[in-house]
Write a protein that binds this ligand. Structure first.
Ligand SMILES: Cc1cc2nc3c(=O)[nH]c(=O)nc-3n(C[C@H](O)[C@H](O)[C@H](O)COP(=O)(O)OP(=O)(O)OC[C@H]3O[C@@H](n4cnc5c(N)ncnc54)[C@H](O)[C@@H]3O)c2cc1C
Length: 555
């Protein structure tokens, strides 16, 4: 049963009279009366408040820019509108009208809604749970949000679909050749094959073959950042480390900006099942875990801009006060008194001449439900011997016909015992130990053949592969720091007195502070860190205490 159908009472709770009275003191303005059927807000409107109904009803309806309007539910006295996007003023994913007798309601704009969920533990829990469940319902339903029309399984469609999935944005995928609605729109707009996929944003705007940045902007995912704004802390990277730092920093009253070039979750977001994270005995997908952190950071008021790449930490623009300048795309500059480098690591690419031709079109660096579905019943190869490779094998094997696992060394040397045991029990996994990927060739019908080289220098061809998955390690994302902070011989960012005993910054550097005062590094990008989710989250918490101290020194 869909998550929300089973938990409707939690998704649409009714506050009792005492709770309404407590909530009233957090409202943004006086109560307002709406006439019968009056429009309160429309899908796609930004900065709409959540409305707590005091009298009458509000009718919620959804439309996805393509389909006709469909009713969602009718809310009555003690109930409130909104979903998790309202915590940061994101565009509404539903429309609201006053009921047939009108209504009286209290507005909670983003700041006041956050004040309510943080300021009243009891009501906060009820409201926060409801906001999250409503987003989950929208994702499960797929009918409110954006519509993607393209060839299912094509690299372009998968690229956008993966972004929407990892951003937790509700969407529906229609086959441009087979689904009636998709076909009709493609014909009506005379869309050529090269203009696919089409995207219909919630407000009806149509994008042809958009980039991720164009899509995100149409969906209102990136907040406007005023050019002269200055934050207490700018966090680069919204993986587990960056999100944890955002939660702790924002909850402790610091003004926080989080930037990520891709989507929240980082490498962990690509993990189908994390089984060793403390407190989750049945395991949890990396996306589900980090989505909680993402909502939590929003709840405490962190400003989150995704996708937004940081191109440079500008060390030339020094200032007497401790202010750092980050250069973003289109030469936008943001200022922050402290910076947290949480840019993690990027999957390693094997040295193959033709690799680029296959990336996103036969070669994948992650294994999500989308890839599992695209490879269902087919043969695939997976290269790598670490834990991330092992998890991907366990996740993919039940969907595919045969999985060739290619590893240089014996799995017991590089992989946790529990994964080695699980893989041994999978009858459709064929092990190629002592081998590496030496080449890729395109076959007819979109299939691939891969050449594997073994230890003795011999090579053999494995034909008929739908997809080759590469899990061969990661290198630090530090190009944007060039010349600004010290890194070790492998490019990881050094921190603390231990890294540079001779360093002179006028005081002892904090444990997570880089060679530049007020610039910190945490998580996988940090030299000597433990490359695990728990360690990244722990450093995200620890760095905030050090940020407070650095800010106090600078005063
Ligand atoms: C498939 C897979 C499975 C895994 N499974 C487990 C597991 O089961 N248990 C476990 O403990 N660990 C696991 N790990 C390791 C774990 O995911 C990492 O240790 C953890 O994600 C590190 O977190 P991080 O925040 O430091 O960096 P990352 O997760 O790498 O996040 C860094 C973020 O920074 C962003 N970024 C980079 N450069 C820029 C820039 N210039 N501007 C803006 N943003 C930028 C990236 O887009 C990314 O989102 C797994 C890793 C993978 C790949």
């Amino acid at each position: 049963m869909p998550t929300v159908a089973a938990r409707a009472h939690q998704a649409f709770p009714v506050l009792d009279q005492d709770q309404i009275v407590s909530a009233q003191r957090f409202a943004a303005a006086e109560e307002r009366r709406f006439e019968p059927a009056e429009a309160i807000y429309r899908t796609g409107d930004k900065n709409v408040p959540a409305w707590l109904i005091l009298e009458g009803n509000i009718e919620l309806s959804r439309h996805d820019g393509l389909r006709s309007v469909a009713p969602v539910t009718s809310l009555g006295s003690g109930q409130f509108t909104g979903e998790v996007g309202q915590l940061s003023g994101r565009p509404a994913l539903a429309s609201a009208n006053a009921g047939p007798d009108g209504c009286v309601a209290l507005p909670f704009d983003a700041a006041h809604l956050r004040a309510l969920v943080v300021g009243s533990a009891e009501i906060g829990e009820v409201v926060m749970r409801a906001l999250i469940l409503r987003r989950v319902a929208l994702i499960e339903d797929g009918g409110s949000g954006t519509v993607l029309i393209g060839a299912p399984g094509s690299p372009e469609t998968l690229h956008l679909q993966n972004f929407l999935r990892r951003s937790g944005f509700p969407h529906l995928v229609l086959d441009s050749a087979a689904d009636e609605e998709g076909k009709a729109l493609v014909q009506r707009l005379a869309v050529s094959a090269s203009e696919l996929p089409l995207v219909v944003c919630p407000d009806g705007t149509i994008l042809r073959h958009p980039t991720i940045t164009e899509l995100a902007s149409c969906l209102g995912l990136v907040p406007d950042i005023a050019p002269d704004s200055e934050f207490d802390v700018a966090i680069v990277g919204a993986g587990p480390a960056g999100l944890a730092a955002a939660v702790y920093a924002a909850s402790e009253g610091l003004s926080v900006l989080v930037l990520d070039s891709d989507s929240f979750g980082g490498q962990a977001g690509a993990s189908a099942r994390i089984e060793n994270y403390f407190g989750f005995p049945t395991g949890i997908s990396g996306l589900a875990l980090t989505a909680r952190g993402f909502s939590q950071a929003q709840k405490f008021g962190a400003t989150i801009a995704i996708p937004m790449a940081v191109e440079r930490l500008d060390c030339d623009q020094s200032s007497e006060r401790m202010v750092h300048v980050l250069t973003l795309a289109k030469r936008i500059e943001v200022r922050a008194r402290t910076v947290v480098i949480a840019s993690g690591a990027r999957y390693r690419r094997p040295d193959l001449d033709t690799l680029e031709d296959f990336e996103g079109n036969g070669v994948s660096y992650w294994a999500s439900p989308i890839e599992a579905q695209a490879c269902a019943g087919e043969e695939v190869a997976l290269v790598g011997g670490g834990n991330s490779a092992g998890q991907a094998v366990v996740f993919l094997a039940p969907s595919v016909k045969r999985l060739h696992l290619v590893a240089r060394r014996d799995l017991t040397e590089t992989m946790s015992a529990y994964l080695v045991e699980r893989i041994a029990s999978l009858s459709n996994v064929e092990l190629h130990v002592g081998c590496e990927l030496a080449g890729l060739q395109r076959e007819q019908g979109g299939m691939l053949s891969a050449t594997f080289r073994n230890r003795n220098g011999g090579a053999y061809l494995e034909p008929g592969l739908r997809q080759v998955f590469l899990f061969i390690g990661a290198d630090p994302n530090t190009a944007w720091l060039a010349g600004c902070v010290d890194v070790d011989e492998r490019g990881f960012v050094g921190t603390g007195k231990q890294f540079r005993p001779d360093i002179d910054i006028g005081r002892t550097p904090f444990e997570l502070e880089t060679s530049r005062p007020g610039v910190f590094a945490i998580g996988d990008v940090r030299a000597g860190s433990t490359k695990r989710v728990a360690a990244a989250v722990g450093e995200g918490a620890a760095v905030v205490a050090q940020i407070h101290q650095a800010l106090a020194y600078a005063r």
